[in-house]
Design a protein. Structure first.
Ligand code: HEM
Length: 356
């Protein structure tokens, strides 16, 4: 590896940070078994970044260890190094099962935040100072071998990490493929509840509750809570991007069978599920076959913090897509470009704040 030039090392570091940020953001949407490669790429990428940081440190360590030789650039470099190490350690500690939280956020929350700040710092640094990569930084056979060794080695380390954690009795050996830890499975409402951003709606009255079915339907319809208690059951895992998962028996009505009552029009291709708070998510009608509108969990009526009177159950999707406090379901002829923004602004609506 003696052939890897300083410039290739720096570009390698930036590339790994980019890969980790991209796969990190992708983890937020990865909930199906087929998405497991995203977590593999993220975990192996973390070990590759650690190797590249170690390699860079071999070169710059002497200067770093002598504060008398520091200039402004060294201080910036040391700050960036601290950020990389904190991001790597928070990710690895989370994956090993360390339970820590600070200021109301668990290790995974801090890891997300550190990862985003690190990526911004690296992007600004690269924009201001990056030196163009040359042929000789990439072309050699030994360069290629070094890159292959880092890729294969980090994947192997990632592969052994979970069995090793299990063998050492660490909690990390028992995490789901998404990195989430089990909490309150099959215990009725007794599992953690989180709301994306800061939704705090008031409890909705069951008596006056109506679910509105509208959009591309022949006859817009309103259903009472009793009409949603159709006896359909589904065992599905709620896997929250906050880092826990809970497997539950959900009861209610299949979303598509409810929509049948309003007469979907042929142009309808997407279903939009909308909360009392304005929070909404949209699904392809093909994907919507597996969706349930739940009014109960484990035989208990759904509690307010879990989305009563009715919440969406979306198997294979991450928890933030399981819309709570659903009051409207609409059919549309395309996807919903505003859905992501709705998950943020719902906390600022009067309904989201609990004022209406
Ligand atoms: C760009 C900076 C980032 C770095 C350097 C980084 C690094 C790491 C590392 C080293 C791990 C431990 C992997 C393992 O031990 O298997 C990890 C885990 C994780 N990271 Fe990141 N990460 C970054 C950004 C992000 C972002 C932006 C997100 C999400 C928005 C994210 C989500 C996760 C998740 C969910 C895990 C747990 C995966 C598991 O337990 O298998 N990361 N990260």
């Amino acid at each position: 590896m003696g052939c890897v030039t300083p410039r290739a090392t720096d570009w390698g570091l930036a590339l790994f940070v980019g890969l980790l940020f991209t796969t990190g953001v992708m983890t937020l949407f990865a909930g199906e078994r087929g998405d497991a490669w995203v977590f593999a790429a993220h975990g192996a990428g973390g070990f590759a970044l650690a190797a590249a940081v170690g390699w860079k440190l071999r070169r710059v360590w002497r200067r770093l260890a002598q504060p008398s030789r520091w200039d402004r650039r060294t201080a910036a470099g040391a700050g960036a190094l601290g950020l990389v190490v904190a991001t790597l350690l928070s990710g690895m500690a989370w994956s090993s099962g360390v339970k820590l939280s600070a200021a109301g956020y668990n290790l995974l929350g801090w890891h997300f935040a550190l990862g985003v700040v690190l990526t911004l710092v690296v992007a600004v640094h690269a924009g201001l100072r990056a030196k163009p990569i040359r042929r000789r930084d990439l072309a050699g056979r030994r360069q290629l071998l070094a890159a292959g060794a880092v890729a294969a080695g980090s994947y192997l380390v990632w592969l052994t990490q979970r069995p090793l954690s299990g063998w050492l009795g660490l909690r990390g050996g028992r995490r789901r493929f998404t990195g989430s830890y089990e909490a309150g499975s099959f215990a009725g409402n007794d599992f953690p509840s989180t709301s994306w951003v800061a939704d705090r709606p008031r409890p909705l009255s069951e008596g006056s509750f109506r679910l509105e079915l509208s959009g591309l339907v022949a006859s817009p319809t309103q259903l009472t809570l009793a009409e949603l208690e159709a006896g359909d059951m589904l065992v599905a895992t709620l896997d929250c991007t906050g880092g826990f998962y809970s497997r539950q028996r959900w009861g209610g009505a299949r979303l598509l069978s409810l929509l049948e009552r309003a007469g979907p029009l042929p142009a309808a291709s997407h279903v939009r599920v909308i909360s009392h708070t304005g929070y909404r998510w949209s699904f392809d009608l093909e994907d919507a076959r597996g969706l349930l509108l739940a009014t109960s969990v484990g035989g208990e009526p759904l509690s307010h913090e879990h989305g009563a009177p009715a919440r969406l159950v979306a198997p294979g999707r991450r928890g933030f897509q399981w819309v709570k406090w659903v009051t409207r379901v609409e059919l549309h002829d395309g996807p919903d470009p505003g859905a992501a923004a709705s998950t943020v602004w719902s906390s600022f609506t009067a309904e989201g704040r609990g004022a209406a």
